[in-house]
Write a protein that binds this ligand. Structure first.
Ligand SMILES: Cc1cc2nc3c(=O)[nH]c(=O)nc-3n(C[C@H](O)[C@H](O)[C@H](O)COP(=O)(O)OP(=O)(O)OC[C@H]3O[C@@H](n4cnc5c(N)ncnc54)[C@H](O)[C@@H]3O)c2cc1C
Ligand code: FES
Length: 265
C-alpha cells in the first residue's frame, strides 16, 4: 500500500492556537475508554474533520510527563466552545490525563494536522474504523453527505461511535463479524450496486488494506488516518515520519495524519 500526502494540504488550515482549557468532564465512558470534555472555544470553532489536538498531562511545577499526547477530536460544539476526546489509558501520559478533575486546566494545542478532505461531487462515503481509531472519523459526520460507518471492536462493550453515526454497521471479534474477508464480502454484497465515492479509515492496518482493495474495486478514493508517536505535533522534531518508499518521509503530524491510500498496482 502506498500513502501520499493529500493535495489539499496546508495553505488554508485553521490557525493553531494554545490555551489552558478548563476540564469540564473526565469520566469513564465504556470498556477501557474515558471521555474528556474541554472548554477550548477557538479550537471548537475552527477544527476540521480528522484534525487532532496535543494535550499536556503535566500540571504546573510537576516533573512530567512533559511531552504532550496527540488525541483526535471526537466531537466539537462550536456554540458551546467545547471539544470532546475519548481516550484509552495505555501508559504514563494517558494515566496522568485520567487524574484531571473538572475545574482544573490543561494545556491544549490545536487544531493540528491535515484532516479528511471530501472531493467535490462526493455524496456517499464509507467510513471504516477500528477501536479507538473510530475517534478520528467521527467529526466526518459534520459533512453533509450520506455516510455508512463500519465500527469494529473486540466486543460490543468496546464499540465507539454509535452515538455519532445514525447508520452504523457494528462488527466485533466476539461475534466473528470483524474479520476482513467476512467484512469485505458483506460490504460488496451491500454496496456493489451503489458504491461509495470515497472511503475513509482509521485504526487498523488490515482494514486499511481492505479499504484500498474495495476502493480499487469501486473506483473510490481512499484516505487513511495514521497513528505515530509524536513529541511536538507541529512538524519540528521529525519524530513522526511515516513509512515511505523513497525520498523524504512525510510527517504524520504535519503532512497527515490523513493521507491518500492506494493499493499496489
Ligand atoms: C493523530 C493521533 C490521534 C490520536 N487519537 C487518539 C484518541 O482519540 N484516543 C486515544 O486514546 N488515543 C489516540 N491516539 C493515541 C495516543 O496519542 C496514545 O495512546 C498516547 O499518546 C499514549 O500515551 P501514553 O503516555 O499513555 O502511553 P505511552 O507510555 O507513550 O505508550 C503506551 C503504549 O502505547 C503505545 N503507543 C503510544 N503512542 C502510540 C501511538 N501514537 N500509536 C501507536 N501506539 C502508541 C506505546 O508503544 C506503548 O506500547 C492518537 C494518536 C495520534 C497520532
Ligand atoms: S511530532 Fe514532531 S515533527 Fe511530528
Amino acid at each position: 500500500m502506498t500513502i501520499t500526502p493529500l493535495v489539499a494540504s496546508s495553505p488554508d488550515r485553521p490557525r493553531v492556537t494554545w490555551c489552558r482549557a478548563e476540564v469540564l468532564v473526565n469520566s469513564h465512558r465504556a470498556d477501557r475508554y474515558r471521555h474528556l470534555r474541554l472548554s477550548a472555544p477557538d479550537i471548537a470553532a475552527t477544527a476540521r474533520p480528522g484534525q487532532f489536538v496535543m494535550l499536556t498531562a503535566a500540571r504546573e511545577n510537576t516533573a512530567g510527563p512533559l511531552l504532550p499526547r496527540p488525541m483526535a477530536i471526537y466531537t466539537r460544539d462550536a456554540d458551546a466552545g467545547t471539544i470532546d476526546v475519548l481516550y484509552g489509558v495505555v501508559g504514563e501520559g494517558t494515566r496522568a490525563l485520567s487524574t484531571f478533575v473538572p475545574g482544573e486546566r490543561m494545556v491544549v494545542v490545536g487544531p493540528l494536522g491535515q484532516g479528511f478532505v471530501l472531493d467535490e461531487g462526493t455524496r456517499r462515503v464509507l467510513l471504516v474504523g477500528r477501536g479507538i481509531g473510530v475517534c478520528s472519523l467521527t467529526t466526518v459526520a459534520e459533512y453533509p453527505v450520506e455516510l455508512l460507518a463500519v465500527l469494529s471492536a473486540r466486543n460490543a462493550a468496546a464499540v465507539l461511535g454509535t452515538d455519532v453515526f445514525g447508520r452504523a454497521m457494528v462488527v466485533t471479534d466476539a461475534e466473528g463479524t470483524s474479520g476482513v474477508d467476512v467484512l469485505a464480502a458483506r460490504l460488496c454484497t451491500e454496496l456493489d450496486r451503489r458504491p461509495p465515492q470515497q472511503i475513509l479509515t482509521c485504526g487498523s492496518e488490515r482494514l486499511a488494506r481492505m479499504c484500498a482493495g474495495l476502493g480499487a474495486r469501486w473506483g473510490a478514493s481512499v484516505q487513511v488516518s495514521l497513528e505515530a508517536h509524536m513529541a511536538c505535533g507541529l512538524g519540528y522534531c521529525h519524530g513522526c515520519a511515516a513509512p515511505g518508499d523513497t525520498g523524504p518521509s512525510p510527517l504524520v503530524c504535519r503532512d497527515g495524519p490523513v493521507f491518500g491510500l492506494s493499493a499496489p498496482a
